[in-house]
Design a binder for this molecule. Structure first.
Ligand SMILES: [Zn+2]
Length: 474
C-alpha cells in the first residue's frame, strides 16, 4: 500500500558544528527514507537548522557579525556535511526562512483564538545553555547538570500555553500507541513523566532579553520561545500546500535523541491538539554515544567530525560505521581506533571480497545469470522477511546484521562447493548462478544503507567487470 510519509530529524542548533551525533540521526533518517521509498511509499525527508535565540545573538555579537550572517555561514556547514554523507533530504528548513516565520505567527494566532494561551507573571531559573526553565530538582550543586552553569533567576510577564488541558488526552494516545513512542523504554519514560507534575509552559520571552526571535503576534515586546519556534518547523516544511498533505493525509515520523523526548512526546502533540491539527504518528528515540567510555566533549577532544571519516573511509563506509556500532534506540560506546578493523573485516574482506570473488569466478567460467536453485531462493525469501520487519521497526543494526549473515553464508557456500574444482559443467553453472543471484539480492538489501555501493554492484553484475569496492586499509 502506498503511503505518504514525512520523516524528520530534529533541526540542529546553528551554533554547533556537525558532529558524529548529528550525522547518526541524519543518516538513520536518510536510510529510512530510502527504505520506505523502495517499498513504494511517497516520502518527504525534512531536516534543517534551529537559528533563533539569545545564544545565537550572543555568538554573533562576539564575532562582530549580524546574527543572520552567522546563521547563513553555519547552516551551510550542515548542508556541506550532509552532501558528503550522501544524505538526500527533500528540504533543508531554516527557522529564519520567511515562510517559517509567517507560519509560526499564524500558528500562535490559532492557539490564541482557541483560547489555549494566557498571560502570567513568572519567576524561575533559566538556563541559557538549555534555553529552558529548570526547577530546583533539575539542578546539581545549584548548577545545570548539562552546562555546569548556574541558571539565571528571571522574573517576567510571559504568555503561557495551557499544557495541562491536554495531558490526559496525550497520555491516552501514547499508551494506546496512537502516538507510537519507540523503543519501548522511551515510551515507559514518557508515561512516567505524566506521573510527575507537568506544568503549563511559557511560549514567549521578553524582547529585551531575547531579541533574535520571531515577534509574538499578540502581547507587546515579546518574542516566540525558541522551542515553540523550532518544533513548528515540522509543520512548515518547504511551505507548500503539497507539504501540508503529509500532515493531513500521511504519516508523520520524527526521529530524535532522548534529550529532547519531553518536548517532542508531550509539549509538541499538545500544541498540535490545541491548534486543532493532526499529531505525529510515530516518534523514534535513539540513544547516546560515548567515545571510549566518555561523553563527547571539546575539552577531552574526542569529538568526531563525520567529514574527516568520509575523507578516510568513503561515504558508504562512513554510513556503515555510523549504524553498525550498536542497536538503534540503545546507548553505546564508539571506539574510533576500531573503525579500520571494522571496515576491513566487514567491508573490504566481507562484502567487497565476496563480490570480487564471485564475479571473477563467473567471468572465468563464462557464467552470466543462469537459474538459481529453489533452496537458495527460499533462503533469500527468509532473509528478506526478517530484514523488512527489522526495517519497519527501525532496527537498522539488526537489518545490517541480517545482510552480513547472508554474506557469511555465501562465503561458506563458496568454501563448501569449491567451484574451481567442479568438473560437471551443469553443476558449476548452478553454483555460480546461485551466488550471482545472492549478490544481486544483497545489492538490493544494502541500497538504503550503502546506496553508492549498491549501484556499483548492480553495474558490475551487468558488465561482468569486477572493480574493488572497498580497498583494504592499514
Ligand atoms: Zn543547561
Amino acid at each position: 500500500m502506498k503511503n505518504k510519509i514525512l520523516i524528520t530529524t530534529p533541526i540542529y542548533y546553528v551554533n554547533d558544528k556537525p558532529h558524529w551525533g548529528h550525522a547518526y540521526t541524519t543518516v538513520a533518517a536518510d536510510v529510512l527514507t530510502r527504505f520506505f521509498r523502495i517499498q513504494g511509499n511517497e516520502v518527504f525527508f525534512l531536516t534543517g537548522t534551529d537559528e533563533h535565540g539569545a545564544k545565537v545573538a550572543e555568538s554573533a555579537e562576539k564575532l562582530g557579525k549580524n546574527p543572520k550572517v552567522l546563521c547563513d555561514d553555519n547552516s551551510e556547514a550542515y548542508k556541506i556535511a550532509w552532501e558528503k554523507l550522501g544524505i538526500e533530504y527533500d528540504y533543508f528548513i531554516r527557522t529564519t526562512d520567511k515562510i517559517h516565520e509567517e507560519k509560526v505567527v499564524e500558528f500562535l494566532k490559532e492557539l490564541k483564538d482557541k483560547n489555549a494561551v494566557y498571560e502570567k507573571e513568572y519567576e524561575g531559573l533559566y538556563c541559557v545553555g538549555c534555553e529552558k526553565f529548570l526547577t530546583e530538582k533539575d539542578l546539581v550543586d545549584g548548577k545545570c547538570p548539562d552546562h555546569k552553569t548556574e541558571p539565571k533567576k528571571i522574573a517576567e510577564k510571559n504568555y503561557f500555553f495551557k499544557l495541562t488541558n491536554y495531558l490526559g488526552k496525550i497520555e491516552k494516545l501514547i499508551s494506546k500507541d496512537q502516538l507510537l513512542i519507540q523503543p519501548e523504554i522511551a515510551k515507559k519514560e514518557v508515561l512516567g513523566l505524566f506521573k510527575q507534575r507537568l506544568e503549563d509552559f511559557s511560549i514567549s520571552r521578553q524582547k529585551e532579553k531575547v531579541r533574535w526571535g520571531i515577534d509574538l503576534p499578540f502581547g507587546e515586546n515579546q518574542t516566540v520561545y525558541v522551542w515553540v519556534d523550532a518544533l513548528l518547523n515540522y509543520c512548515t516544511g518547504n511551505g507548500t500546500k503539497e507539504f501540508d498533505t503529509y500532515w493531513e493525509k500521511g504519516k508523520v515520523i520524527h526521529v530524535l535523541g532522548k534529550d529532547i523526548l519531553k518536548f517532542h512526546a508531550i509539549f509538541w502533540p499538545a500544541m498540535l491538539l490545541a491548534a486543532g491539527k493532526n499529531i505525529p504518528q510515530r516518534e523514534f528515540i535513539h540513544g547516546f554515544f560515548t567515545f571510549n567510555g566518555q561523553k563527547m566533549s571539546k575539552t577531552i577532544g574526542n569529538v568526531i567530525d563525520p567529514s574527516e571519516i568520509v575523507d578516510k573511509f568513503g561515504v558508504d563506509a562512513t554510513r556503515y560505521l555510523l549504524l553498525s556500532q550498536f542497536p538503534f534506540g540503545q546507548d553505546g560506546d564508539v571506539k574510533k581506533e576500531k573503525f579500520v578493523e571494522k571496515y576491513n573485516s566487514d567491508l573490504a574482506n566481507g562484502l567487497g571480497n565476496l563480490v570480487a570473488r564471485v564475479l571473477t569466478l563467473a567471468n572465468k567460467y563464462g557464467i552470466k545469470d543462469g537459474k538459481s536453485e529453489k533452496e537458495i531462493e527460499k533462503r533469500i525469501k527468509g532473509v528478506k522477511e526478517v530484514y523488512e520487519k527489522d526495517m519497519q521497526d527501525f532496527r537498522l543494526f539488526e537489518a545490517l546484521e541480517e545482510i552480513w549473515k547472508l554474506i557469511g553464508f555465501c562465503d561458506k557456500y563458496i568454501e563448501e562447493n569449491k567451484p574451481w574444482q567442479i568438473t560437471d559443467k551443469k553443476k558449476l553453472e548452478t553454483v555460480l548462478s546461485n551466488l550471482l543471484y545472492c549478490i544481486s539480492e544483497i545489492a538490493d538489501l544494502i541500497a538504503p544503507f550503502l546506496p553508492e555501493t549498491s549501484e556499483k554492484i548492480k553495474n558490475q553484475l551487468k558488465t561482468g567487470k569486477s572493480e574493488i569496492l572497498f580497498p583494504r586499509l592499514q
